[in-house]
Design a protein around this ligand. Structure first.
Ligand code: SAM
Length: 272
């Protein structure tokens, strides 16, 4: 099963634009030469961020990679550009099994960008090895890592929290962020700057009601086998909404109800 539904993603247009713009700002702040020979967008999804990168950085060449063939099909259909190529590729696959065209890019990628994608990757060491292989001398990696919060904190009673902790073994924030720091250091990338921030996105309630299935599916990867007969989709949906959603009094220009969603992101800037 794919991690996301490409068509839903495309229709809603929820491309996490604010976090992506922040990453692009970081790329610009760290590149005083103002030249971008080859930019790689890892977990590029339907290509919205590749399009943004093209507009903002005007690179010579962009390569978008995503594990999901449906996403790459949407990217090719809707966000094809003259200097852009899209490939189906898992960032955490061993290098010698990578697509041969991508292997040719070893040591040539000047900017590795990834927005809202790497929280799906558990094999951070292999992913970091691959990024180190791709990066050119003086290259830069600019990525964000999503931490989905301590959703147990809204469990209600201590007893319910303990039960949820048995059902869902979600790693701590230290583990999530620390595993990436360790992975990059282990491949010699130790010039690492990290910044934490909490961007807020506003969605029509109707749209977020569909979108929420993605974080629900993501959390479900951490379920243990002690869930019993509970409807975990429903439980997770409620916990996520209690933890990070705020109903807004304002309406959209079309009169739709709006919801504000808090995100927790760790931005990494890594230089060779
Ligand atoms: C929430 S989407 C973000 C898409 C895009 N970066 C954006 O900001 O709009 C996350 C993407 O990461 C991709 N992804 C998940 N695991 C991956 C992996 N191991 N290698 C490459 N892409 C992956 C998913 O298929 C999905 O398209």
């Amino acid at each position: 099963m794919s991690t996301h539904d490409a068509s839903t993603y495309e229709e809603t247009g929820l491309d996490a634009i604010l976090p992506a713009k922040e990453l692009i700002k970081l790329i610009k702040n760290n590149n005083h030469g103002d030249r971008y020979p080859l930019v790689m967008d890892i977990g590029c999804g339907p290509g919205n961020t590749a399009k943004l990168l093209a507009k903002e950085l005007n690179p010579e060449h962009i390569v978008g990679v995503d594990i999901d063939p449906d996403m790459i099909a949407v990217a090719k259909q809707h966000n094809a550009m003259a200097n852009t190529d899209y490939y189906v590729q898992d960032i955490s696959q061993e290098w010698n099994q990578w697509d041969k065209s991508l292997q040719k890019l070893a040591g040539k990628v000047s900017v590795i960008f990834s927005n809202y994608a790497l929280h799906w990757v558990r094999e951070s060491e292999i992913a970091a090895q691959n990024m180190a292989k791709l990066l050119s001398n003086n290259g830069i990696i600019v990525i964000d890592i999503l931490y989905c919060g301590d959703i147990y904190r809204n469990a209600g009673t201590d007893e319910r929290r303990a039960q949820l902790e048995r059902q869902l073994r979600y790693p701590s924030e230290q583990e999530v962020v620390g595993q990436w720091v360790t992975a990059f250091k282990s491949v010699g990338l130790n010039r690492i700057d990290i910044k934490y921030w909490e961007p807020k996105s506003i969605y029509p309630v109707k749209v977020y009601n569909e979108f929420i299935q993605w974080p629900v599916n993501w959390f479900k990867r951490f379920l243990t086998d002690s869930t019993g007969n509970e409807d975990m989709d429903k439980v997770l949906r409620e916990l996520i909404l209690t933890d990070r959603a705020r109903k807004m009094s304002e309406k959209s220009p079309n009169g739709e109800d709006l919801i504000e969603i808090k995100q927790e992101l760790w931005n990494f800037v890594i230089k060779k």
